[in-house]
Design a protein around this ligand. Structure first.
Ligand SMILES: Cc1cc2nc3c(=O)[nH]c(=O)nc-3n(C[C@H](O)[C@H](O)[C@H](O)COP(=O)(O)OP(=O)(O)OC[C@H]3O[C@@H](n4cnc5c(N)ncnc54)[C@H](O)[C@@H]3O)c2cc1C
Length: 222
């Protein structure tokens, strides 16, 4: 368990916040893009998982982009954080292992994947990666992506019965025509649909890595 202090917070919108955590325990830590931290929710063993956007091991500082979807412990934790608060976490730990993936890279995800997208953008392995996001509210998400330098990413708004996934599949299948490698993150059922579309387009499993970040009815996936 590492202890850190909330060094800075930027509230982008009602659902999105940029959270900088700093602490002695974050110094000299080995971190790679795609790894996770599990933030303690303060009671018992309850934790929620986030993806560092960056990790400055010499300063002992990391940055998370939190999306508070609703009323779970993680959403309440992220919305209620204040500068100077103390928090505890496990990690960084292995999660999405990007070794072996070639370029160009395409990331499919949602609001929970914006932090990963920024980390990828800054990594030497994935510089120039293309992103495709499904989001609940384009008007809210667009400025957040602009603020983190990903304003050009295509955003596809969720609609009832996942009908928007047809547009996601079309976009992803178009990108599959190149020799791209794919990272799929976010909602479990969307990952499944996109993965099927990629396989139908002839993309082999070795060109796809996926990690479920959340699923309706499940809590605190890690
Ligand atoms: C490896 C990993 C990395 C992650 N990185 C990030 C990150 O960088 N930033 C980030 O914001 N999130 C990230 N997540 C997702 C985040 O951990 C979940 O959204 C978390 O479940 C939210 O906690 P909660 O307590 O609010 O909801 P929970 O109590 O966990 O879930 C309650 C219910 O809310 C619904 N729900 C959960 N998440 C969402 C969602 N995103 N949208 C809509 N409904 C939802 C589900 O129906 C669920 O049953 C990551 C998850 C994993 C596994």
């Amino acid at each position: 368990m590492r202890t850190a202090r909330v060094a800075a917070i930027k509230t982008f919108s009602p659902h999105f916040r940029l959270v900088d955590l700093e602490g002695e325990a974050f110094r000299n830590v080995a971190w790679t893009v795609g790894q996770k931290v599990q933030m303690s929710m303060g009671s018992g063993l309850i934790a929620r998982t986030y993806t560092p956007m960056s990790w400055d091991a010499s300063r002992g500082r990391t940055r998370l982009l939190t999306f508070s979807h609703g009323d779970g412990p993680g959403s309440r934790w992220a919305t209620g954080l204040r500068e100077g608060d103390t928090c505890q976490c496990f990690g960084p730990r292995r999660s999405l292992d990007l070794s072996g993936l070639g370029s160009p890279l395409v990331l499919f995800g949602d609001e929970t994947s914006f932090g990963l997208a920024a980390a990828l953008r800054d990594s030497s392995q994935a510089a120039g990666a293309t992103q495709v996001f499904e989001v609940s509210d384009v008007a809210e998400s667009r400025p957040v992506l602009q603020a983190i330098g990903l304003g050009q990413a295509p955003l596809i708004e969720r609609i009832a019965n996942d009908a928007h996934l047809a547009a996601v599949e079309a976009e992803i299948s178009r990108l599959a025509a190149s020799s791209a490698h794919f990272i799929l993150t976010g909602k479990a059922s969307s990952i499944q649909r996109v993965s099927r579309a990629l396989k139908a387009a002839g993309v082999t499993s070795s060109r796809i890595k996926s990690k479920v970040y959340w699923a309706p009815g499940k809590s605190g996936l890690d």
